[in-house]
Design a protein around this ligand. Sequence first.
Ligand code: NAI
Length: 419
Amino acid sequence: MRATVRTHIVLSHLTPNESITVVNTCSGNNSNNNTNCNTTSCGCPYVDSIRKRESEHSTTVNDRRPVRVLITGAAGQIAYSLLPMVASGKMFGPHQKIILHLLDIEPAKTVLDGVVLELEDCAFPLLAGIVATTDLKTAFTDVDYALLIGSFPRKEGMERKELLSRNIAIFRTQGQALNSFSSPSVKVLVVGNPANTNCLIAQRFAPRIPKSNFSALTRLDANRAKSQIASKLKVPVDSVNNVIIWGNHSSTQYPDIRYAYVDSNSGNSGSSHRERVVRSVRSEVNDDKWTREQFVKDVQQRGAKVIGMRKLSSAASAANAIVEHMRDWELGTEREGEMVSMGVWSDGSSYGVEEGLIFSFPVVCARGGEQRGRYRIVKDLQMDEESVRMMKATEKELVEERNLALEVLKASENSQKSK
Ligand code: NAI
């Protein structure tokens, strides 16, 4: 279906098969609230809102003091890509001073010290200090943001349960450290795999911190999906919006394009043409078989493909996704009403997902005001039969991981009691 409209549209409510052509009527001096003007000098409300957005992004997270950002696994490969981005202002804007807290384990201490030398050599104006340590208390004290990247890697022949046990030990102690030493409003992003379940463990051991302050990274999966769609439709990647990742950061995740749209005015594609075209991705792709059988699988398997070729897991793309996740969470999503994907606490009230899981949902992050720094799960999307099936499969895996984790925790508590 294609309709031509001249009024304000709420893009997140574009239904799966709709395309809309928005005719811009602004002619350089618009005072009629036309949200689709793409001129830059007319002074109309739409342009004002872009300027406001830019200035929101360039303001500081906290005007009075540098913020403390903890990165665990700081001697690892994701951190190596991530650190220059954080220290140069890509995460929290070009005016926010940062003190980096870098944690790694004792065997990686020399590498960590080498990373510190490099950071010093970058002479980043925003970098107000570096705390590099192998001590948990020093690392977690007073941090405002905790990016938990370091984890125990899966080794050949290792059972899932053993991997989980190793990681439970790490994320339990880190959860306790968050609880005891970090700012009570600390925002936590778990990247180390299995990210959703590690996040759940950290959260469980940090009761002082609100549950909604914990998240797991699925933004990389969303970016992978976005990029696949852009390449399929031969459109700029930045014009693709609202691709959703549901569930676990694993091969059961459900990449969903039913509410995605291509906006001819977004990002790089911002043409100087007056006509703005908003098209449903699903109707543009027009090939549900490709979506179901190729696209979904390609996104689910993309991480494994990178490992197969690089012999190392995704690092640059993971670092980029971490920056985008934290920036949107703290400063708000780029476009009004835009949905992004975050693994967050399920309270049981969204899409029938069991309470107590860290599940990737579409969220909108507030762009200012009292809600700034908060996200809300987008709740009113319709689920078709296939979507329900995919959601159930990824939910089932998360329930199994959680149950296994609880079993491991119980066994370790029992063995401590009997000592
Ligand atoms: P890496 O092996 O290069 O670095 C990991 C670092 O963590 C090492 O320096 C190691 O010494 C450190 N470490 C291990 N245990 C630690 C602990 N208890 N405390 C502090 N540091 C500790 O690994 P890489 O490539 O940086 O990946 C890190 C994790 O991120 C892996 O679990 C990987 O699977 C995961 N990952 C998650 C993605 C996601 O989208 N959620 C995407 C890509 C990777």
